[in-house]
Each structure stands twice: as structure tokens, then as C-alpha cells.
Design a binder for this molecule. Structure first.
Ligand code: PLP
Length: 381
């Protein structure tokens, strides 16, 4: 491999933005204090945590006091689901979700099912879309929570969260939205939505790994997951990850100011990649609705191809992408997302996700369009 590597797996994680690195470094050095301390060392960091809270709130369109910092998007999802179930135990045990959520939601709900919750798993259509009427039809007088993601991590397909929010408000049911893949890519308006809770993750938007947030609307009942000190106004115990929080705030600020132009550029690169692949490679098909989708993601099935072989061939050429198939103990489990969309096991086996980000260039996309037809043809032979 001689050419520079190409990273097209931004839905897995993103490189940390250089300005974010610069913002966090002092908090690994001279600004080391504990924000709960009242002396000079503590005071040197408290303001930074609160500024980061405001930066996150501005990206999401919520009040700073509604932001609870967590250690990951996964923790935020766990807190939302387990916290609401614990708080509303007396009122009901029914939860509505979809078959295409991230494992952070799916596996938490499976655990809650084992503890006595009843979960309705809504189907999506062949394009990965959800009809909001399905949510309304599923509500019973025992329903305490709706959990539907904003954008799907494998296909980028967007969900009708505005309509679901209206239903949730009208039917007085809490609505949790996993917005981990949407934040920084599409404008969020927590305040004007019917959402009660919203999960975020720093490393998907150019902050480091290990920092996330749950936005909890004032008045929404959600018990803490972690007990201990009184950090985060008693909603999340544990000394704050100050450097991570500062980095997350800075990354949100950058995402908010760069979003409009950045996403236009990435949409056109994504479309160029997708149209190029469809034109140059016979037997390639896009998974997911081509309009209601994140501007950065394309998921493509290559007929007669095993995605793992293609990803390895791409990797040898320095190109990083991913597939929805997970391999454990020698058996391959195909993407539950593509299965829920009614894709055949063959199509799921040959599906590759390309996800673009801030660093992606037109030159990189052209290089992939030269490489990919050659690799697919070789694998098919
Ligand atoms: N939710 C979605 C939609 C995701 O894509 C991810 C990460 O891939 C998560 C939740 C989990 O976030 P984290 O990696 O911060 O735990």
C-alpha cells in the first residue's frame, strides 16, 4: 500500500478534531481539578464543564440544565430506558420500539423484557422506513415509553421523530430518541419536539471516545443508573470526565457552525460515490431509502460477494469501511437491520457501509471508484 489511507467508516467512530484536542489538553495538565472542589483547582474547571453543557445544549436545542453527561451513548440509552421504567413502574410496563435500533437499545430492552417489561418491536418497510401510525396503534393504557432512533447507524435512514413526538405528547407517553448518529449531521430541535429524552455520543462527532450525554426534559421522570455522589444534579454519580466533557462541548460547537456547508459537501460526495458504484458495478443495490437518509451514509449490497472478503481486499488497499454482519465464534450473524428490511441473506452477506466525514475528499471518492469495480470483479471470479 503506497497511497494515503482512506477512512470511510465515520459511523463507527470519527477522528478527533484538532481544535477539540487543543481544547481538552489543558484539562489533562494544569487544569486538573475536581469540579466539586471549592478551592482554586476546582474553580478552574467548573466553568468549563458548564460552558460545555451550553455548547451541547445549543447543538441539540435544549436547556443546558437538561444535559446529563454520561460515559457513552450506550450509557445514555441505558439510563433513558432503565431510568424511565424504574420511575414509572407503578403506571405500566409496556415499551414500544423498532426492530432496527442499535444494540445499546435492543439489548437493554431485551434485558428489561426478562425483568417483566412487555416490548412491542415495530417492523420497518423495505426501505427501512417506519410509519408513525404504527407507533400510535401500538400504544395501550400500559405504555410508559416509546424508544425510536433518529437515524439508523447501518443505513443512515431517518425516522419520523417529529410525528412520533406529537403522538407521544398527545398520548402522554415518554419518548426516548437515540440521536447518536444524527447529532451534528441533521439539525436537532429538542425544545420544539415531543421528545422527553435524547441520547448523544461524543466520538461520533469528532470528540474522543468515552463521553456521551442524555438530554432529559425538565419534568420527565427518569431515575439515575449510577448512585454515589451528587454530580450532575444527582442524576449521574461519579467525578466528571472533565477533559471529555470539554472536548464534547467543543465538538458540538464545531459541528453546529460547520453543519450546513459541511453536510452539503458530504451529501454530494456520497451521491457521487453511490452513483459511481451503481453505474460501474453490475449487481450493486442501495439498502435504505435514498431520500430520507443521513447525507453521509450509503449501504450497498454487492451481488455474489461476501462483504468480509471485500472489506479485507479494501483494507489491503488502505480503504476502511464496514459491514453490518457480525462474526463471533466462527459463525457470521447477518445484520438484523437488513433482515428487518426484508433483505435476503445473500444481499445481507454482501452489504458494505461507507460513511463519510469531515476529512473525506473528492479525490478519495474517485480513488475508491477506481478500486472497487476491480476488487468486486476479482472476488466474483
Ligand atoms: N446508538 C447508536 C445509533 C450508535 O450508532 C451507537 C454507536 O455505534 C451507540 C448508540 C453507542 O454509542 P457509544 O459507542 O458511545 O456507546
Amino acid at each position: 500500500m503506497t497511497a494515503a489511507p482512506i477512512y470511510l467508516d465515520h459511523n463507527a467512530t470519527t477522528p478527533v478534531h484538532p481544535d477539540v484536542v487543543a481544547a481538552l489538553l489543558p484539562f489533562l495538565g494544569e487544569r486538573f481539578g475536581n469540579p466539586s472542589s471549592i478551592h482554586w483547582a476546582g474553580r478552574a474547571v467548573t466553568g468549563a464543564v458548564e460552558e460545555a453543557r451550553e455548547q451541547v445544549a445549543r447543538l441539540v436545542g435544549c436547556e443546558p440544565g437538561e444535559v446529563v453527561f454520561t460515559a457513552s451513548g450506550t450509557e445514555a440509552d441505558n439510563m433513558a430506558l432503565k431510568g424511565v421504567v424504574s420511575a414509572l413502574r407503578g403506571r405500566g410496563n409496556h415499551i414500544i420500539t423498532t426492530r432496527v435500533e442499535h444494540p445499546a437499545v435492543t439489548n437493554t430492552l431485551l434485558a428489561l423484557e426478562r425483568e417483566g417489561c412487555a416490548v412491542t418491536w415495530l417492523e420497518v418497510d423495505g426501505d427501512g422506513l417506519l410509519d408513525p401510525a404504527q407507533v400510535e396503534d401500538a400504544i395501550t393504557d400500559r405504555t410508559i415509553l416509546i424508544s425510536v432512533m433518529y437515524a439508523n447507524n447501518e443505513t443512515g435512514v431517518l425516522f419520523p421523530v417529529r410525528e412520533i413526538g406529537e403522538i407521544a405528547l398527545r398520548r402522554k407517553v415518554s419518548f426516548h430518541c437515540d440521536a447518536v448518529q444524527a447529532a451534528g449531521k441533521v439539525p436537532l430541535d429538542f425544545r420544539g419536539s415531543g421528545m422527553g429524552l435524547l441520547a448523544l455520543s461524543g466520538h461520533k462527532l469528532q470528540a474522543p471516545k468515552g463521553i456521551g450525554a442524555l438530554v432529559v426534559r425538565r419534568g420527565v421522570k427518569c431515575h439515575p443508573l449510577l448512585h454515589g455522589g451528587s454530580q450532575e444534579r444527582n442524576r449521574r454519580a461519579g467525578t466528571e470526565n472533565v477533559a471529555g466533557i470539554v472536548a464534547f462541548g467543543k465538538a458540538c460547537e464545531i459541528a453546529r457552525t460547520a453543519m450546513a456547508d459541511g453536510m452539503l459537501r458530504l451529501r454530494s460526495l456520497r451521491d457521487r460515490l453511490e452513483e459511481g458504484i451503481l453505474a460501474l458495478i453490475p449487481g450493486a443495490a442501495v439498502n435504505g431509502h435514498r431520500e430520507y437518509r443521513l447525507p453521509t451514509t450509503t449501504n450497498i449490497s454487492f451481488q455474489g460477494i461476501d462483504a468480509h472478503s471485500l472489506l479485507m481486499a479494501l483494507d489491503l488497499e488502505g480503504v476502511a469501511a464496514s459491514s453490518g454482519a457480525a462474526c463471533s465464534s466462527g459463525t457470521v450473524r447477518f445484520s438484523p437491520v437488513l433482515a428487518a428490511m426484508g433483505r435476503s441473506p445473500e444481499a445481507a452477506r454482501g452489504s458494505v457501509r461507507f460513511s463519510l466525514g469531515r476529512g473525506t475528499t473528492a479525490g478519495e471518492i474517485e480513488r475508491v471508484l477506481v478500486l472497487l469495480p476491480r476488487l468486486v470483479a476479482r472476488l466474483r471470479r
